[in-house]
Design a protein around this ligand. Sequence first.
Ligand code: ATP
Ligand code: MG
Length: 559
Amino acid sequence: MSEERSLNFIEHIIEEDLKQGYSKSDLCFRFPPEPNGYLHIGHASSICLNFGLGLKYQAPVNLRFDDTNPSKEEQEFVDAIKADISWLGFNWANECYASDYFQQLYDWAVEMITEGKAYVDSQSSETIANQKGTPNSPGVESPFRNRPIAESLALFQKMKEGKVPEGQHVLRAKIDMASPNMLMRDPVMYRVMHKHHHRTGTDWKIFPMYDWTHGESDYLEQVSHSFCTLEFLPHRELYDWFLDQVYDPKKLRPKQREFARRNLSHTVVSKRKLLKLVQDKVVKGWDDPRMPTISGLRRRGYTPNSIRNFADSIGVGKRENLIDVSHLEFCAREDLNQKAPRVMVVLDPVKLVITNYPVGKTEWLEAENNPEDENAGYRKVPFSKELYIERDDFMEEANRKFFRLSLGKEVRLKNAYIIQGERLVKDEEGNILEIHCTYDADSKSGSGTEASLRKVKGTLHWVSVKEALSVEVRMYDRLFTEPSPDTHKEKDFMEFINPNSLEVITGYAEPSLEGAAPGDHFQFQRLGYFVVDSDSTAGHKVFNRTVPLRDSWAKISEE
Ligand code: ATP
Ligand code: MG
C-alpha cells in the first residue's frame, strides 16, 4: 500500500473510531469465507482489504470459516481457501470456525427463548414466507409467536436432539412483524438439518442462520470492524439487534460496515456459478486456468503480486462496478516483466534455411535473460543453418510498413545475425515450405563490429531446428464472450460461454527450457508470458499462456 495514497472510506471509518476513543490495540479484522467453493478474484478484494488493514494498523486478522450450512460445505474447500490466502502472502492471526461457536450460540438462543425474545414456529417455510408481508405492508404474526416459553424451550431441545424431522420447526427471533426492514420481521435463527457437517459430524441437528451467526462470531472474536459487501447493508440493523441480546458493555462491540462487490468482466464471480462450470465440465476443475478463481489464476501464471496490485489499484468503493479484465492482465504483465526470464519459442513455425551458413555447425550464442533485471545473467542458445521462425514474421507481398522478413529485405535474428530473405521453397499448392536466406557473418549481436551496429528495422525470435524442444502450449482466451454474462435479462450466463477459450498447439522452444519446472514463469519473447503447467512430465512440457505481451488481440508488432 503506497504511503501517498489518500485514505479510502473504510480507512476513514477506522481513523474516526481511533479519534473517538478506540485504541489501536482494539482493532481486529476478519476474512469470513463460506467453505462452499474456491476463492475467486472478487474474494481477493476482500482479502486484500482486510489483511491490508491488518498490516497497516498492525492488527490481527482472523480467517473465519462461515460454516453453518453442511449441505454445501466441504473440507476440500477449507483446505483450498487456506492455501490460496497463504499463496497470496497473507498470514491470519487465528483460524476460526463459526461451527466452534455452535454451543455458545445455542446457549444464547436458549436464553433468548427464556427472555421471550425467540420462539419455535411450527409452520412450514412457505407459510412463513407468505406471512412476511411487503416493504409497504406489515407481515402477519405467526400463531406460534406467543406460545408458552416452556413449550418453545422443550421443542428447541427436541430439535437439537434430532427428534424432529427437517422442516417441521424453526426457531425465530421475536422482533417486529411490522418493521419497515423486512429482515427484522421475526427472522429465522435456526433450522433443523440432518446432514453431516465437515467438522462437527453428526453432533448438531440444528444449524444457525447467517445473520444470527455472523455478528455473534465477530463479537466472540472481538472483531472491531466487520467489513462485508453492500448487499448486507439492510442486514446491519439485524446484526446490531442480535448483538444487543448478548452484548456485555465491558467488551468491544463489533460494527458491520459495507463496501461494494468487485466484478470482473468476461467472467462470473460467484461460487455458485463457478461450481456450475465445474459440474457441467465447461472447465476442467476449479483450478482450470480459465477460471477467475485464485487457484485458476495461479495455474494460469498470475503471481501473488499481480493479484494484490490489482486489488489495491481498484481499491474499495461504495458502488458496484465492472472492472475490465484487461486491467488484471495489465497487472500480470507489469509484475512478470520484472521477474520472468526471456526465452525464445516459436509457436507457428516455418523453416528458415541460411544458405551461406556451414552445414553441421552449431554456435552457442549469448542471450540476456532479463533486460529488466541486471542480476538475471545470460544463457546460451544454439544457432545453426536451419531455424524456425514464426510464419507470420514473413510476408511475400510486403508493404513498406512491414518491418519483418520479406524477400530482399534485412532483419535481425535476436541475439544472432542480420539475415536477408532470398527465395522461397513452396509445395504444389503454393504453401511456403522453406524460406531461404543469407546471413552477414560479421553482424553478430554484441560483437561491436560495424556490421553488427547496422540499423535494421525488425528483430525476430527464432529457434534452431536441431536443438528445438517441442512443447505443448495452451493458449487461453476469455471464458465468456460478453463483458457481463450474468446480468443479461433474458439469457442465462451459460449461453455466453466462449467456445474457443482454449487452443492447444505445439511450439518449438530453445533447449534451455528443458529444465523448467511447474510454476516457472517465462516471457516468450515477442509473444507473451507463459508458465509451466503442472500437467508437465519429464519428457513433455506443457505451458499455459498467462497473457499476451500486449493487450489482447493487438497484433504482434515489432520490437
Ligand atoms: P459467492 O457469491 O461467490 O459465494 P459470497 O459473498 O457468498 O460470494 P463468501 O465466502 O461468503 O462468498 O465471502 C467471503 C467474503 O468475501 C465476504 O466478506 C464477501 O462479502 C467477500 N466477497 C465475496 N465476493 C466478493 C466480490 N466479488 N467483491 C468483493 N468482496 C467479495
Ligand atoms: Mg455466500
